[in-house]
Design a binder for this molecule. Structure first.
Ligand SMILES: [Zn+2]
Ligand SMILES: [Zn+2]
Length: 174
């Protein structure tokens, strides 16, 4: 494990990405490389739901991870779903190399109409660490101070801690 590639897909705001990465670096002792990509995501779009099928996007991204000795996490600005849920913040291959996180529902505007960049960055870092945790082989943690606690709604993202608990850290040797 030598690197983590963060791939913003079709992203309009490189400054936001830089801010997220500099926060992320505080929690991960790995080299983090940025690889912005332009990918047509139409194949994953559901007309009925007006959302993008997360699992299909992960499948599509697998080839991008082949030459990476580490993990590949894509950041998206489109709303994601898997069939059993109305939406997901992200999805990861458990013990695999690829994960994705959508920022759509991490924006405070989405809920209150008021923009809050600091909160957006904190939520993004939490969800990135969470999905990478699944890539590292971690399952959901009962500890609310742990970033591996499950979060079905944004309140739960805000309540849980931003770092891995000592137990989870030990399991992934952080
Ligand atoms: Zn999870
Ligand atoms: Zn934990």
């Amino acid at each position: 494990m030598s690197e983590i590639v963060i791939a913003p897909i079709n992203f309009s705001n490189p400054e936001l990405i830089e801010k997220i990465l500099s926060e992320l670096k505080k929690y991960l002792p790995y080299k983090i490389n940025l690889q912005p990509l332009q990918i047509d995501l139409n194949f994953a779009y559901s007309i009925e739901r007006g959302q993008y099928y997360s699992t299909k996007i992960i499948q599509h991204l697998l080839p991008f991870s082949e030459n990476i000795n580490g993990k590949f996490l894509a950041l998206l600005e489109v709303d994601l779903f898997i069939p059993v849920f109305t939406y997901v913040f992200g999805e990861a291959q458990l013990n695999g190399k690829v994960s994705i996180v959508s920022l759509t529902r991490l924006h405070e505007e989405f809920y209150s109409g008021i923009s809050d960049e600091k909160l957006l960055i904190e939520r993004s870092v939490k969800e990135i660490l969470h999905e990478l945790g699944h890539n590292f082989g971690l399952i959901h943690c009962k500890d609310w101070d742990c970033v591996m606690h499950s979060s079905l709604g944004i309140e739960e993202v805000d309540i849980k801690g931003i770092d891995y608990c000592s137990n989870c850290k030990r399991m992934i040797r952080l």
